[in-house]
Design a protein around this ligand. Structure first.
Ligand code: ADE
Length: 235
């Protein structure tokens, strides 16, 4: 997979993809991540990426032109139909569909070229949405100063699901959300840490019992913190 991130703050991403699973996936060429400075695609003397909103109001609006130029440069064409197959253009804004594990899986399975546009200011000129964007995505119901942290979140969640990105195939299957539940609690040595003991069931080697216990704990956690996940319609 190739991921191209469009931002006015390329420095923000300087080291963020250089750790752990994402770093390994890049080194193994499972994913290629490129960061592009949208300001490089301005054409005016002051290299402006924002302007005042038509109709008045507070704040500034991200201009369409530099984003169009950046994407057309990346795709090598001004015609949407000529983009390579399995290309997806995403605008990160609080107005979008809320990102979920199932969406991460869908991107990992169905997309080869992912373009992430990091929104900024009060919003992005709607013509970017109309002409270029497949989907607006939000990472949650809160407002960030820009889409950059959201691009990191999406990239991380997707890349770890790419084939061979994780050490063992089962690691992703057991993640929280992949079966609609939060993950069960984990313990490692020592079995007694400052008087806090690991549950007995995990020490006795009875795998059926252990499975049952884990499922029960996953259910309890989900019931306690994420009732909504237990309602099928919301998950
Ligand atoms: N930009 C600002 N807030 C955001 C959010 N919650 N998700 C994605 N992009 C954003």
């Amino acid at each position: 997979m190739k991921i191209d991130v469009l931002t006015i703050f390329p420095e923000f991403f300087r080291e963020v993809f250089d750790f752990g699973i994402i770093r390994r996936a890049r080194l193994a060429e499972i994913v290629e991540i490129n960061i592009h400075d949208i300001r490089e695609f301005t054409t005016d003397k002051h290299r402006m990426t924002d302007d005042r909103p038509f109709g008045g109001g507070d704040g500034m609006v991200f201009k369409a032109e530099p984003i169009f130029n950046a994407i057309e440069n990346l795709m090598g064409t001004t015609e949407r139909e000529k983009y390579p197959p399995r290309t997806r253009v995403v605008l990160l804004t609080p107005q979008g569909r809320v990102f979920k594990q199932a969406m991460a899986k869908e991107f990992a399975d169905e997309v080869d070229n992912l373009i992430l546009i990091c929104g900024r200011y009060e919003g992005v000129d709607e013509r970017v949405n109309e002409a270029l964007v497949n989907e607006e995505i939000s990472i949650g119901d809160y407002v960030l100063s820009g889409g950059e942290p959201a691009a990191v979140v999406m990239t991380d969640a997707i890349v770890r699901l790419l084939p061979n990105a994780l050490g063992s195939e089962t690691s992703a299957e057991n993640d929280s959300f992949s079966d609609g539940l939060l993950d069960y609690p984990h313990y490692t040595r020592p079995a007694d840490f400052r008087g806090m003991k690991v549950p007995e069931v995990l020490l006795n080697g009875n795998h059926a019992e252990i499975e049952k216990w884990r499922r029960q704990k996953a259910l309890e956690k989900t019931q306690k913190f994420r009732q909504d996940l237990l309602n099928k319609e919301n998950s």
